[in-house]
Design a protein around this ligand. Structure first.
Ligand code: ACO
Length: 329
């Protein structure tokens, strides 16, 4: 394995909006939401911003990794819902945390964003262009959710997760000099219409300004349940590992039914698929690093364990990374 995660952090907004509160806003109820999605509550930004949450998560990850902000030479923020377009969120985070030596930029790959950021960092490190990277997934989805649409507003939450990654001193995962970048990514723009959000500041030809998330939930469900098992098998084949050799599958936390379906199709016990979407809802590109951080902080990850990370969502885009956990549990 060419890169390893050296530290993690997260930040969730203080305000918790549970299913009972959301049923005061739209015609829904706790039973419907839980049975369809597994979600009980989500955190919603009030005072917090994408930049403030990302910066807090980043500082916690740096502290966990015992890496100084000045040592970071690459800072990637993945987000679709930051309150600012310019400067990019990554540059504002750079300023907040003092990562003065980092090249900083944002990427948008929706719910696959953290998986993409990991591959970008691994590629830069392998090419010798970076030594220590800080990856952040942050979302303020409450900025772009239509709070009058019960089909979407129940699903999403706000938050940030971060990880520090650097070159692995051992240089490989299997002791045989295999330094392939452990990542598989896919996109299919021809199916992009199933999950869209117009730029809230942009004006459409018909004069309307509709910067809200719109989706075909059933199509997304079918896409995820079909493609995620395939991409998991692909990454395992690339890494020369079997399903049984993987300790945990850390999937994008969209929906408990999707995670269940993936586990079933791979014939793997659901206990290998940790979930925290009950508490946070779908936080898009922040969900994988938030979950990783929670597992890390709760001592549920042991050095040497093999993890598969997988993301899937708008674009359509989907992908997976495989990594060996390097932090002592
Ligand atoms: N409360 C009560 N009723 C509701 C709600 C709600 N919040 N939302 C929809 N309904 C109603 C609909 O109006 C419809 O009523 P009708 O039959 O009278 O017309 C009925 O429930 C069924 O609606 P569907 O949209 O067909 O419901 P479905 O069973 O497909 O569940 C859901 C919807 C939960 C969104 C499901 O399609 C799903 O999980 N899809 C995956 C989508 C997803 O995870 N998106 C996240 C973003 S993308 C990503 O992160 C990968």
């Amino acid at each position: 394995m060419f890169v390893k995660i050296k530290g993690t952090g997260s930040c969730l907004p203080e305000k918790v909006l549970d299913n009972f509160e959301i049923s005061q806003l739209v015609d829904t109820n706790d039973e419907w939401i839980q049975s369809r999605t597994g979600i009980k509550s989500r955190h919603i930004a009030r005072e917090e911003t994408a930049v403030s949450m990302a910066a807090k998560a980043a500082k916690r990850a740096l502290e966990d990794a015992q890496v100084a902000a000045e040592e970071i030479d690459l800072l990637i923020v993945s987000s679709v819902s930051s309150e600012q377009l310019l400067p990019c969120t990554a540059c504002s985070v750079q300023k907040e945390i003092g990562a003065v030596n980092a090249a900083a930029f944002d990427l948008n790959a929706a719910c696959s964003g953290f998986i993409v950021a990991y591959q970008m960092a691994a590629g830069q490190i392998k090419a010798g262009l970076s030594k220590k990277a800080l990856l952040i997934g942050v979302e303020c989805l409450s900025n772009i959710v239509n709070w009058e649409d019960r089909g979407t507003c129940i699903l999403f939450g706000d938050g940030a997760g971060a990880a520090v990654v650097s070159a692995d001193e051992d240089g490989n995962i299997d002791g045989r000099g295999n330094i392939e970048i452990p990542s598989v990514l896919h996109s299919d723009g021809s199916r992009g219409e199933v999950l869209t959000c117009q730029n809230p500041t942009g004006k459409r030809a018909d004069g309307s300004l509709k910067g809200y998330v719109a989706m075909d939930g059933r199509e997304i469900y079918k896409f995820a349940a079909r493609q995620v098992p395939v991409v998991v098998k692909e990454i395992l084949e690339k890494a020369g590992k079997s399903v049984e050799e993987v300790d945990l599958f850390v999937l994008h936390q969209a929906n408990a039914r999707i995670v269940d379906a993936v586990a079933r199709r791979l014939h793997i016990g659901i206990e290998k698929f940790p979930m925290n979407l009950q508490e946070y809802g779908n936080t898009s590109s922040a969900s994988v690093p938030i979950l990783l951080n929670e597992l890390n902080r709760n001592g549920l990850l042991k050095k040497g364990q093999k993890l598969v990370l997988a993301g899937f969502g708008a674009g359509l885009s989907w992908g997976a990374d495989i990594l060996e956990w390097d932090i002592k549990g």
